[in-house]
Design a protein around this ligand. Structure first.
Ligand SMILES: *[C@@H]1O[C@H](CO)[C@@H](O)[C@H](O)[C@H]1NC(C)=O
Ligand SMILES: *[C@@H]1O[C@H](CO)[C@@H](O)[C@H](O)[C@H]1NC(C)=O
Ligand SMILES: *[C@@H]1O[C@H](CO)[C@@H](O)[C@H](O)[C@H]1NC(C)=O
Ligand SMILES: *[C@@H]1O[C@H](CO)[C@@H](O)[C@H](O)[C@H]1NC(C)=O
Ligand SMILES: *[C@@H]1O[C@H](CO)[C@@H](O)[C@H](O)[C@H]1NC(C)=O
Ligand SMILES: *[C@@H]1O[C@H](CO)[C@@H](O)[C@H](O)[C@H]1NC(C)=O
Length: 306
């Protein structure tokens, strides 16, 4: 009897154990199924857009560029709080609909990151992105927006928010054609306005004489933001450097229509205007890549030394 009782208890225990195990397995299956089903409901709430999403590791990139700028490139500018600068950039767009950004969103960032720009150094540009920055790298007498802390941090970078967690959209961001008030476009408008307002003395602009639609286009940031915000009390002269590609096309020269239009706008603001076709110091830089072209000959034709 005691033997039988013992084996009956053993059987009961075995049944109990098997029962618990089955329940556990079922529970695990239910949890796994629920999480697999639940997952697609959590993240695709992010809005979908046509442009590239936020640059990966945005905070590290912004912080790294900020510290590089203030510690290595321009230590003479003195202390800036890079951590606060990143926070204020983030606060401008995180968790917001990326079509509802306003200039006010960037005001704290503008105040934290701005620094003085010496007179005579401001260099504006339109459609000469590569050439103008090669030039400011080789001649520190001139500064573009991308050579200031604000412009340097944001150069070549994308960012936008989204109302759902984690508040930043790394998949896609709106193009300007989808909505004008997107984080990037508003930032560049605000930063360009501030850069133009800071200009004083002689300012220069490098335009592209190989653009068929004209070197000065009314839709450009230069025309629609920068020219309008030059301060007549501070700016005295505007020097236009009209650069054509080596070997053409030669779409516009200083006597061209869009340049005449620009000149009249600037002269109305009482600036003295000088336009130079293929400003030689910049052309020499173009010639680095086209040394054999006739436009790049160091001397004009001479038969004196055969
Ligand atoms: C988007 O990202 C791709 C791949 O990283 C890059 O080649 C392209 O230039 C980017 N487009 C824009 C508009 O930044
Ligand atoms: C950079 O971003 C990736 C995801 O895109 C992430 O896995 C990684 O941890 C980030 N690196 C740092 C240092 O934050
Ligand atoms: C700016 O240029 C003007 C005209 O060339 C010159 O008179 C002035 O001294 C310059 N200012 C500075 C700060 O270099
Ligand atoms: C002018 O614009 C064209 C087309 O965008 C570009 O390929 C060229 O490099 C530009 N030229 C200069 C001098 O920047
Ligand atoms: C942005 O891209 C251009 C062209 O590739 C490059 O010359 C420049 O250094 C980049 N800017 C920064 C801040 O890395
Ligand atoms: C220089 O000589 C070349 C070939 O002899 C000629 O095509 C060109 O027009 C000349 N340029 C000038 C500025 O005289």
């Amino acid at each position: 009897m005691p033997l039988q009782q013992g084996s009956a208890r053993l059987r009961q225990r075995t049944i109990l154990l098997v029962g618990i195990s089955v329940l556990l397995v079922l529970l695990v299956i239910v949890v796994v199924l629920a999480s697999v089903r639940g997952r697609p409901e959590v993240s695709p709430k992010m809005l979908k857009w046509q442009d590239n999403g936020t640059t990966k590791n945005l905070s590290e990139v912004i912080l790294g560029r900020c510290y590089n700028f203030i510690r290595v490139q321009r230590p003479e500018l003195g202390d800036k709080d890079c951590q606060k600068i990143w926070e204020s950039l983030k606060d401008a767009f995180i968790y917001k609909n990326p079509c509802n950004i306003t200039p006010e969103d960037y005001q704290p960032l503008m105040e934290l990151a701005s620094h003085p720009i010496p007179c005579n150094k401001s260099l504006f540009w339109s459609k000469t992105n590569d050439l103008v920055h090669r030039y400011t790298k080789s001649n520190t007498n001139f500064l573009t927006l991308e050579d200031t802390l604000l412009g340097y941090m944001a150069d070549n970078i994308s960012w936008c928010g989204d109302p759902s967690a984690p508040g930043i959209n790394y998949e896609s961001c709106p193009r300007r054609s989808e909505c004008e008030s997107n984080p990037k476009s508003v930032f560049w408008k605000v930063a360009s306005k501030m850069f133009a307002e800071a200009a004083c003395g002689v300012v220069q602009v490098m335009l592209n004489g190989s653009i068929e639609a004209g070197a000065f286009r009314s839709t450009s940031i230069f025309a629609s933001v920068e020219v309008l915000n030059l301060d007549p009390n501070k700016v005295s002269e505007v020097h236009i450097w009209l650069m054509q590609d080596i070997g053409g096309p030669q779409s516009e020269s200083c006597s061209g229509r869009s340049i005449q239009k620009l000149k009249s706008i600037l002269e109305e603001k009482n600036f003295k205007v000088i336009c130079e076709d293929n400003y030689r110091p910049v052309q020499l830089l173009q010639c680095v890549q086209n040394p054999d072209h006739t436009d790049c000959r160091l001397c004009t034709n001479s038969t004196a030394f055969p």
